[in-house]
Write a new protein. Structure first.
Lengths: 388, 337
């Protein structure tokens, strides 16, 4: 497998938000919004990130487009480490590079993964000079961040808030081209028209000089999609793009997004709370609970054979549009808590109907492959702990 | 099983006056609701489903104009027409007779009052003779009924989670022992697991108190879970009405069919999703004939010109369509239309 086959790879990503404010002294309470999340998306695949509100799915997406800084962890896009550009603070970037690469190189660990090897080659090329290596990443950070944005775009949940009401549709869709200085005005106009046509706003010239308030919700979301795609991104973070839309409009947008994924050869990180929508939009799924991925794998496999008690409860809670259908009782206790300085044990412990005494003592379970392409983070399922 | 009818709505019409003319939000709605029955009204945003409930409770903005119809409510000694009542008489029935669970309930609690006090206020407003202690007792009972710890009466809304606020709102709607409760999107903003619990709770309470319920939602799956009868609303009118099994097993209106097939399924066979082309009509100037005709693949000349009559095609199954679907008929929506 060549390295560009993996479009996105996230390793141990964490994002902590301070949960208290202090004028002096150190903040001790943190919300662990994203707490050690790892996954990868291969070319031609889409991953659905599902979970209840507050589980950290949107935060994960926002880190990838640079709207939040990661607290720790590594993000690779098309085999390139982009973490130094996602972190704003230069001191932290230096620390990150030292910790992630330079310390390892000094110890002689050079080739554990592909990216480490690549970085080591760069290090050697720069004469094994630490400051040259760091400066390589410090130079033109702004430009590199902009280049990163070309590859990763985002579609937001609410089309009523994500479009500037004072800009015309042409201005909105062409803005990325302006920012990246691509094409002449004529070329931009052609490109915008082409995209408006491919998102189903036809004839495009009748939309160019309208304002967002003149469009319906579904049309606005189409504009937002056109704006995200105009730079030919390799992957798009879609944060609940259909949850604000009416049912009869929703399927249209879903089908359009599928069609465009094919046409433009891109992948989605599809963030949703709706398992049924996830099933149609992605071929991989990751179920998140309080900042951790609890189950991950091929979507059909996970939905038909859920193993983690949380995934099972989620599936049992989805209403079925059939009055004669009797579904199971979701087997789950209590309600979602905020992950403020959570104890090291399994995140799901307090709500888990199968939790044993041993679960309380053990740390949060690692994701373990229990079937081909099916990972679960549960002591009981993995067999480390005997079921009750 | 013939139930006593508690609410009967006849040819209800309510339009909003705007600068550009009348928005025909409720345009000839009729239905009957029996004791202990639940009716689900399903439709897209802007189809007028919330306006129906607001018209029944007469909680309308200034630009709303009542255009006719009757709302018969059974008070216990014979039905009375709520439409004919002056405002001060109407107040007697609002909340005591018919109460409502509002959309976005989490925001309908006052943040600076204790939750318990807000419900006590509602009770004392309608029953001025009830002492504070009795009202408190009543609220504690209600809290138990909806699954909240009565100790939480002394807490403020911000100390509640979303699901708990929703339960408090349900307790408030129940506070004056209404005969009918209208629940407008009661679980839309909640997570699935919480939604599941609230829906089950509401169903249990409804059966226990033998109340009539009207559920309003855009989510046909939620409606399917809680309603005995379902009304499908489109552009200010009911287009189909039947018991819920009939609606799902043999939908006769193409719009109902389209709505049902637009829902992706979680574990069932992965079928092709239906997209209904176009958008709901502008209610300022709805199409002359059938309001669904511009989006309907079966529309004929007749549909464009003549409005279909709302008629009973079999006992208890009402429909407004010139070309009702046969059982098992497949409709192909043309997405390019």
């Amino acid at each position: 497998m060549s390295k560009s086959d993996v479009i996105l790879k996230i390793e141990n990503l964490r994002k902590l938000f301070p949960a208290e404010r202090k004028l002096f002294g150190k903040v001790n309470l943190f919300v662990h919004a994203v707490d050690g999340v790892s996954y990868e998306i291969k070319r031609g695949e889409s991953l659905a990130l599902v979970g209840e509100s507050g589980c950290g799915k949107t935060t994960t997406g926002k880190i990838l487009v640079g709207l939040y800084e990661p607290t720790s962890g590594r993000v690779l896009i098309e085999g390139e480490d982009v973490t130094p550009y996602l972190i704003q603070n230069k001191k932290q970037v230096r620390e990150y590079l030292k910790e992630m690469y330079l310390d390892k190189f000094k110890k002689g660990e050079t080739s554990s993964t592909e990216i480490d090897q690549k970085m080591y080659e760069l290090y050697k090329k720069l004469g094994e000079n630490e400051s040259a290596f760091i400066n390589h990443f410090m130079k033109d950070r702004g430009k590199k961040m902009i280049n990163l944005r070309k590859k990763v775009q985002m579609i937001f949940q609410d089309p009523y808030e994500s479009l500037n009401p004072r800009m015309t549709i042409y201005d909105i869709v062409a803005e990325p081209l302006n920012i990246h200085n691509i094409g002449t005005i004529k070329e931009r106009e052609d490109k915008v028209e082409e995209l408006l046509a491919s998102v189903g706003l036809t004839p495009p010239d009748s939309f160019l000089f309208r304002f967002p308030h003149e469009l319906s919700g579904g049309q606005r979301q189409r504009v937002a999609i056109a704006r995200a795609l105009i730079l030919n991104p390799t992957f798009v973070v879609a944060d609940e793009p259909t949850s604000m839309l009416d049912v009869s409009i929703r399927t249209g947008i879903m089908k359009l997004m599928m069609k465009l994924a094919d046409e433009y050869d891109m992948s989605y990180l599809y963030i949703t709370h709706d398992l049924a929508v996830a099933r149609y939009m992605a071929n991989k799924i990751a179920v998140m609970y309080l900042g951790k991925i609890v189950e991950m794998g091929d979507i059909e496999e996970v939905l038909h054979n859920p193993l983690h008690p949380y995934t099972k409860a989620l599936l049992d809670a989805v209403p079925v549009p059939d009055p004669e259908h009797k579904r199971g009782e979701p087997n789950i206790k209590g309600s979602v808590a905020k992950p403020i300085n959570p104890p090291p044990r399994c995140r799901f412990y307090d709500r888990c109907p199968f939790a044993t005494k041993e679960c309380e003592k053990l740390p949060h379970p690692e994701l373990k492959e229990v079937a081909p392409n099916h990972w679960v983070a549960c002591h009981v399922v993995a067999g480390d702990v005997k079921a009750k | 099983m013939e139930n006593r009818v508690v609410l009967k709505v006849e040819n209800l019409k309510m339009h909003y006056k705007t600068k550009r003319g009348y928005v025909k939000a409720v345009d000839g709605i009729s239905f009957e609701l029996g004791e202990g029955e639940s009716l689900g009204i399903v439709g897209e945003s802007g189809c007028g489903k919330t306006s129906v409930s607001m018209t029944i409770l007469r909680l309308l903005p200034e630009n709303a104009e009542f255009k006719g119809g009757h709302i018969y409510f059974d008070t216990g000694n014979g039905p009375i027409d709520l439409v004919s009542l002056p405002e001060d008489e109407m107040r007697k029935y609002r909340w005591k007779g018919i109460s409502m669970i509002f959309q976005a309930a989490m925001n309908s609690l006052n943040p600076v009052y204790k939750v318990g006090d807000q419900i006590i206020e509602a009770i004392q407003n309608h029953y001025p003779d009830v002492s504070i202690d009795d009202a408190k007792k009543k609220v504690a009972e209600l809290f138990e009924l909806v699954g909240l710890d009565p100790k939480r009466m002394e807490q403020y809304p911000h100390q509640y989670s979303g699901g708990m606020k929703q339960r408090a709102i349900i307790a408030m709607a129940l506070s004056c022992d209404p005969k009918v409760i209208i629940a407008d999107e009661p679980t839309t903003a909640l997570d699935v697991i919480v939604q599941d619990r609230i829906l089950k709770e509401m169903k249990k309470i409804q059966q226990k108190l033998n109340m009539a319920m009207i559920y309003i939602s855009h989510d046909i799956a939620v409606i399917a879970e809680v309603s005995d009868k379902i009304a499908v609303m489109y552009a200010g009118k009911f287009v189909e009405f039947a018991d819920s099994v009939t609606i799902f097993k043999k939908p006769a209106h193409p719009y109902t069919y389209g709505l049902m097939h637009a829902f992706p399924s979680v574990v069932g066979p992965k079928t092709e999703l239906t997209t209904i082309p176009g958008e709901p009509p502008n209610l300022l100037d709805p199409p002359k004939g059938c309001r669904f005709a511009p989006r309907c693949p079966l529309a004929t000349k007749e549909c464009w010109e003549k409005e279909p009559e709302y008629r009973e095609i079999e006992p208890g199954h009402w429909i407004a369509c010139h070309h009702p679907l046969k059982v098992g008929e497949v409709v192909k929506f043309d997405e390019q239309k």
